[in-house]
Every structure is written in C-alpha cells, then in structure tokens.
Design a protein around this ligand. Structure first.
Ligand code: ADP
Ligand code: MG
Length: 244
C-alpha cells in the first residue's frame, strides 16, 4: 500500500526562558500507509501529543519534513483530522454546531454542511442529540461528538490523541469497538488511523502496528507489528456483549 503520510527526520525543540532549549523530538522517521491502524506508544511527556500536532500542522516542527501524499506540508495538513483527549468541544455550541465546525474549511453551502453533519451524527450514534449542548451529554457521548467533528470532513487519516483515556473503562471499550467497526466495515471513508496512547492493551486491541517513543528527547525506539486476533475475527469479548 502507498504511503499517505511520511515524516522525515522530525525534530522539535521548545524555547525555555532563561534556559537552554528543550529537545522534545529528535530524528523521527515515520510512515503511515494507506489502510493501516498505527498506535504510537510512549511514556507521559515523551512528545506524543507534540508529534501529533506536528503531523496535523497545528504547530511547526523545528526540523525535518511532513509529507502528505508525497507533498510537503507547510501549515495545516488537509489530509487529517484530530480527536482530543479532553474532547475540546465548544460548550456554547450545540452538538450539531460543534460537528459542523469540522467543515469550516470546506467550500460547501450551510445547508449541505448541516445535512452532512446530521448524517455523521447518525453514524457516531448521536441521532436525536443534534440540539443538545455538550454539558447535557455523558463523557462517552461528548467524545462521539469529537469523533463526529473529525470524521465530518472525511479525512484520509484520523489522528486520535489518547481519545479514550478520559472515559470510564466500559464507555471507552464501547467507543473503541464502535469506532473499529465503523472503520473495518468501511462505513467511514477514513483510510488510516493513528492513535496515541500509553495503553499497551489499547494498542494491541485496536492497531495493526505500533511504534514506541523513548522518553525525551524522543525518537522511535521500536516498531512492532501486531497481529490482531480479536477484532479482525469480530469476537466481542463476552463481558462486553451486553453492556450498552
Ligand atoms: P506526551 O503527549 O507524550 O505526554 P507532550 O508532547 O505533551 O508529551 O510533551 C512533551 C514534552 O514537551 C513535555 O516535556 C512538555 O512539557 C513539553 N512541551 C509540550 N508543549 C510545550 C510548549 N508549548 N512549550 C514548552 N514545552 C512544551
Ligand atoms: Mg499527550
């Protein structure tokens, strides 16, 4: 499969007042292939979120290149959308309005944006909640809004920054399962998923491949190919089968 995304020799330093620069990432080489689910593991503070923000073009790197479909990216990466650990919803906007924000950069009529967003709400399991406000929703449902906002722009790559770690165990399991099913069944056009996590179990559960970052300055220290027994066979773990 072709590469959707390629990082070459990415470096990131942060300027620290009255101290020498802190080097967070160094010599990161990484490729995301079409159709793969990649997990990025690493200890807290190793630079996982920084790496994802650089991939998305939300912050610049201090060296190296990010390419999407063979073209170097400067600024916002048009091929990706991001899901955040803390959901990052706007509390004063409704569920529908939050999802429509994912289409802000698209040249579409307001009516089309609304229609597309309503379809996505249905896909992520929020049919009927379009006029609710985030504070009226459970954590799991809020993250469904966050996922909907990312999916609505139909990104080639979904970037998830510890997207399940603010949720309780069962809610997180349900959301992981639902997202995997949508993706494996091709109900969403997303080609590849990059999930940042510090949970090895979560990586094994969801991903095809994992890379591990060393603690800072982080570089990739391991590449693991994971053979996925559970979800590829569609066996819902029994203890989850009846949990809503
Ligand atoms: P992770 O997501 O793996 O926990 P982060 O990417 O959030 O790690 O942070 C990696 C390191 O970079 C940490 O030491 C953090 O304090 C530092 N860092 C992140 N953002 C900034 C910033 N804007 N300015 C200075 N240091 C930062
Ligand atoms: Mg982080």
């Amino acid at each position: 499969m072709r590469n959707l995304l390629e990082l070459k020799d990415i470096k990131k330093t942060f300027k620290i007042k009255d101290a020498s620069d802190s080097v967070v990432l160094e010599g990161i080489n990484l490729q995301v292939k079409e159709g793969e689910f990649l997990a990025v593991l690493g200890p807290s503070g190793s630079g996982k979120s920084t790496l994802l923000r650089i991939i998305a073009g939300l912050i610049p790197s201090s060296g190296g290149t990010v390419s999407y479909l063979g073209k170097e990216i400067h600024g916002v990466n048009p091929g990706v959308a991001m899901v955040f650990q803390s959901f990052a919803l706007f509390p004063w906007l409704t569920v529908l309005e939050n999802v429509m924000l994912g289409l802000e950069r698209k040249k579409m009529s307001a009516a089309d944006k609304k229609e597309k967003s309503m379809q996505v709400l249905d896909i992520v399991g929020l049919d009927g909640f379009e006029n609710a406000y985030p504070k009226e929703l459970s954590g799991g449902m809020r993250q469904r809004v966050g996922i909907g906002r990312a999916l609505v722009s139909e990104p080639d790559i979904l970037l998830m920054d510890e997207a399940f770690s603010a949720l309780d165990v069962l809610t997180a399991e349900n959301l992981r399962r639902d997202l995997l099913e949508l993706w494996l069944d091709k109900k969403i056009p997303t080609k590849s998923i990059v999930l940042i996590t510090h949970g090895i179990e979560e990586a094994v559960y969801m991903a095809d491949r994992a890379v591990i970052l060393s603690s800072g300055p982080a570089t990739i220290i391991k590449n693991i190919n994971i053979d996925l027994p559970r979800w590829r066979n569609r066996k819902t773990p029994e203890f989850l089968a009846y949990v809503d």
